[in-house]
Design a protein around this ligand. Structure first.
Ligand code: NAX
Length: 326
């Protein structure tokens, strides 16, 4: 029997948490022979902690053979203690009339505290994956607090955007989803993100040959992927939860699978023209479990360069809005 992996999850009683924890406990994230201990962290709010109790009861009731323990807490020093993976899902939602800058600041403060505590108490091999929005900038803020853990341990999720893009290309081409490969997301997890269709293939052919419609690829395709979150809210009356949880399972699963090539938001070292020190989506190859190298070599045409410049500009503006928190 392998040693259990400790997985801390913030916002564990929220919508995404409810769709996520059962997948982790069933083995979908770390594999069918890897035991896990879930360390569930909620805001110190009575209603949330009560809901968390119910979630923990349901986890018990699933009798998952791989689940070796459940911690419930509102104290991050307890929740992140010895954690090998820290999944930062919890965040304050944008309220009516709230400016984006206020959201950045309010959430920024949460991620300062969490970054400091993770750095102080998590396991030596800890990895951090940020989902709570604005995910890229929250990730940058958490990483900026770390003295012990290197910045490349902190990643933010753009996998939902990658999955959405893959699915849209398959639908348009009328092919099975698995025929679509090498579609990667660049930049911010926001409507400015760029799904780089020119490098995608469909049944081994360039996607731009199979879908011979550059107006659709540059227009409705990019727009549909970028605004998919808003379309789900409009239809469901609530933001994406099951698909976001699924994407986080994919994000981590790919990061622990050597050779996997996938999109994550990582600290920029200038690749693809992103400003150094913003966290931007880009393609990576997993090297050893939990580690990766950026794939720096995809050539970008003028359209792609303009899209990357726009999403980079937004990331730089977000960083400027929270510069006093870094
Ligand atoms: P919910 O509002 O259902 O749940 C969030 C939970 O976080 C709540 O239970 C709340 O009590 C908890 N929480 C708040 N502050 C906390 C703190 N300091 N410590 C621990 N827990 C805390 O939101 P949900 O639908 O689950 O979404 C969670 C986050 O994911 C949001 O920020 C959302 O915007 C973001 N998303 C990110 C996506 C991505 O692709 N990166 C896609 C889906 C989603 O929109």
């Amino acid at each position: 029997m392998k040693t259990p992996i400790r997985v801390a999850v913030t916002g564990a009683a929220g919508q995404i948490g409810y769709a996520l924890l059962f997948r982790i406990a069933s083995g979908a994230m770390f594999g069918p022979d890897q035991p896990v201990i879930l360390q569930l962290i909620e805001a110190p709010v009575e209603k949330a902690l009560k809901a968390l109790e119910g979630v923990a009861m349901e986890l018990d009731d699933c009798a998952f053979p791989l689940l070796k323990g459940v911690v419930q807490t509102s104290d991050p020093t307890v929740g992140f203690k010895d954690a090998n993976w820290c999944l930062l899902v919890g965040a304050k939602p944008r309220g009516p009339g709230m400016e984006r800058a206020d959201l950045l600041k309010d959430n920024g403060r949460i991620f300062i505290g969490q970054g400091q505590i993770i750095d102080a108490v998590a396991a030596a091999d800890a990895r951090v994956a940020v989902v709570g929005n604005p995910a890229n900038t929250n990730c940058m803020i958490a990483a900026s607090q770390a003295k012990r853990l290197p910045a490349d341990r902190f990643t933010a999720m753009v996998r939902l955007d990658q999955n959405r893009a893959q699915s849209q290309l398959a639908l348009k081409a009328g092919v099975d989803l698995t025929a679509v490969k090498d579609i990667f997301i660049y930049g911010n997890h926001s409507p400015t993100m760029f799904p780089a269709f020119a490098h995608a293939t469909i049944n081994g052919q360039p996607a731009t040959t199979v879908i011979n419609d550059s107006a659709w690829l540059q227009g409705p395709f990019c727009e549909t992927v970028g605004k998919r979150g808003a379309a789900i809210i409009a239809a469901r009356g609530a933001s994406s939860a099951a698909s976001a949880a699924n994407a986080l399972v994919d994000h981590v699963r790919s990061l622990v699978t050597p050779g996997a090539i996938h999109s994550i938001a990582v600290k920029s070292h200038g690749h693809y023209g992103f400003d150094a020190n913003v966290w931007a989506g880009m393609p990576v190859r997993t090297t050893t479990p939990g580690s990766y190298e950026v794939i720096p070599s995809y050539a970008m045409d003028d359209f792609a360069k303009s899209k990357i410049a726009a999403t980079n500009k937004e990331l730089v503006e977000e960083r400027a809005a929270v510069v006093d928190l870094l």
